[in-house]
Design a protein around this ligand. Structure first.
Ligand SMILES: NCc1[nH]cc(CCC(=O)O)c1CC(=O)O
Length: 301
């Protein structure tokens, strides 16, 4: 192909991710340029995403660019990609994933346990709210939106005692030293796809599907397929506190953990896990669907 155009949001993290894919493709001998775009999700900073339309907000403008042929591929944080893409689009591949865990960032406190009674913790993720409430019911959890730099600035201005962010974003932007603790999945189960990058193309671009195939990380692709199947089966959106995280136990054997919290704020938190062979996407998906049914059997809805 002559020149591959990558559509990307313009936050520092989105640009890092697009440039990462650009460099992988360049190493494979391709010429690649970037097309920066602002999405509705980037413009809405004052309201929780779950209230204004959810994940699709970050991807629609990029899809329009693919549709109109202004760009060839779109690079996304997989966590922000809706479970079912609109007609005519496909997820070409999932790349090797960064640290999938959540991280605590705080100027004065080294861990969640070290936070004083009633401390103010910033996050707008319903999943993080529900999991934090289960760990520390005394905390005051306050909304926190904006890109990574904005969130860190709000913390540094003193609006919060601590905030919870994905470790992956901090590491990618060279901000790993801000992490005070990473939460093990046993404590704070990550969101489906967290830390992974996905590349979206128009489904009719067989040329691009072939060209991108070598970038895929098969184990991470299968693990995130299982995680995304949990969300899809649950009808997951930003307005549902849902966590799903899959890990390889041994060659070919995948363990998935999933958690669901009551969005009405009740203290309900359901957590399940399941284990299965996952040699291909169909088996990985079946494992995720099974975990979702276990959640439902335990009261999730
Ligand atoms: N919710 C927004 C979002 N989407 C992707 C990331 C970065 C981490 C990733 O790639 O999963 C973040 C920030 C965060 O959750 O702190």
């Amino acid at each position: 192909m002559s020149n591959i155009v990558i559509a990307t949001r313009e936050s520092r993290l989105a640009l890092w991710q697009a440039e990462h894919v650009q460099s992988l493709l360049q190493q494979a001998g391709h010429t690649v340029s970037l097309l920066g775009l602002t999405t509705r999700g980037d413009q809405i900073l004052d309201r929780s995403l779950s209230k204004v339309g959810g994940k699709g907000l970050f991807v629609k403008e990029l899809e329009l660019a693919l549709e109109e042929g202004r760009a060839d591929i779109a690079v996304h944080s997989l966590k922000d990609v809706p479970m079912d893409l609109p007609e005519g689009f496909a997820l070409a591949c999932v790349l090797e994933r960064e640290d999938p865990r959540d991280a605590l960032v705080s100027p004065r406190h080294g861990s969640l346990d070290a936070l004083p009674q009633g401390a103010v913790v910033g996050t707008s993720s319903l999943r993080r709210v529900v999991l934090l409430r289960a760990l520390r019911p005394d905390l005051r959890i306050e909304p926190l939106r904006g890109n990574l730099d904005t969130r860190l600035r709000k913390l540094d201005e003193g609006q919060y005692d601590a905030i919870v962010l994905a470790a992956a974003g901090l590491k990618r932007l060279g901000l790993a030293e801000r992490i005070r603790t990473v939460f093990e999945p046993e404590t704070m189960l990550p969101a489906a796809g967290q830390g992974a990058l996905g590349i979206e193309v128009r489904a009719d671009r067989a040329d691009l599907l072939a060209l991108l195939a070598p970038l895929a990380c098969r184990p991470d692709e299968l693990a995130t397929a299982a995680e995304r199947a949990v969300s899809r089966t649950m009808g997951g959106s930003c307005s549902m506190p849902l966590a799903a995280h899959a890990r390889w136990q041994s060659e070919g054997r995948l363990r998935i953990d999933a958690a669901w919290g009551d969005p009405e704020g009740a203290a309900t938190l359901v957590r399940v896990h399941a284990l299965a062979e996952a040699a291909d996407p169909a088996q990985a998906t079946a494992l995720g669907e099974h975990a979702a049914r276990l959640l439902q059997a335990a009261g999730a809805h």
